[in-house]
Design a protein around this ligand. Sequence first.
Ligand code: CAA
Length: 243
Amino acid sequence: MKASVAVVTGGTRGIGLEISRALIRDGHIVAAVYFGNNEAAIRFDEEAGDKGKSFKFDVANYEACERSCAEIERELGEVSVLVNNAGITRDGVLHKMPLENWHDVISTNLDSCFNMSRALMTGMRERKYGRIVNISSINGQKGQFGQVNYAAAKAGMIGFTKALALESAAKGVTVNVVCPGYIETDMTGSVKQEVLDSIVKQIPVARMGKPEEIADTVSFLTSEKASFITGATISANGGQYMV
Ligand code: CAA
């Protein structure tokens, strides 16, 4: 196991926080990227101590990613793990969706994967080692009523992963995508209870997932044990959708 710096976008809350915690346990120094919630970032910094640090910038902004990734490497060291986890929802049916809700979701969820990977890939290729894990969604695999923007971005992440895996394989950089199902976070908490109840009825394990269950998957994929896994789409959804 190479001790190294791991970058987790959206790394101070929800699934991302548990991923940050898991990667710290695995021996990484974690740069947890956030944009909105200062209190969560302060809590993360206190909890992580010298094993992690929060960095505030907008992953949808190319220049901010380029500048901030350079700052992370100057401050913490060479990055060998990138987890593109940051994501937002702006749910609503297409025929009522403001253009802004389309662009916001595509840029935060999908452009961010390009921006962050572009900023960190050259170093990984030069060092001939890297692990990129993109956090997509079950809804990028199967679609979801009220989520044309989110489903498009999350499906885009799957194609992005496969193409980048092909480009990176010979350089020791693996690129995989995890598709969580419905996980107990603030994001699913904002779905109306009756809608959520109807979704949980469709999950064979009869419960929502826990952020830790996604973090464990990411921990494995970022380890040296997963050296032969690249371009893979890993579903972690309690059996709700099998591909
Ligand atoms: N399939 C078919 N029809 C549906 C439907 C479905 N799944 N859901 C709703 N409808 C119908 C309703 O029956 C209703 O029809 P009528 O007008 O004929 O009665 C119509 O669509 C409007 O439904 P709503 O009353 O729900 O409309 P709304 O405007 O209040 O809400 C919505 C729309 C915000 C999209 C809401 O349906 C919703 O929240 N859906 C769930 C979206 C969702 O699953 N988001 C996941 C967030 S978590 C996440 O994204 C993490 C992850 O990766 C899994």
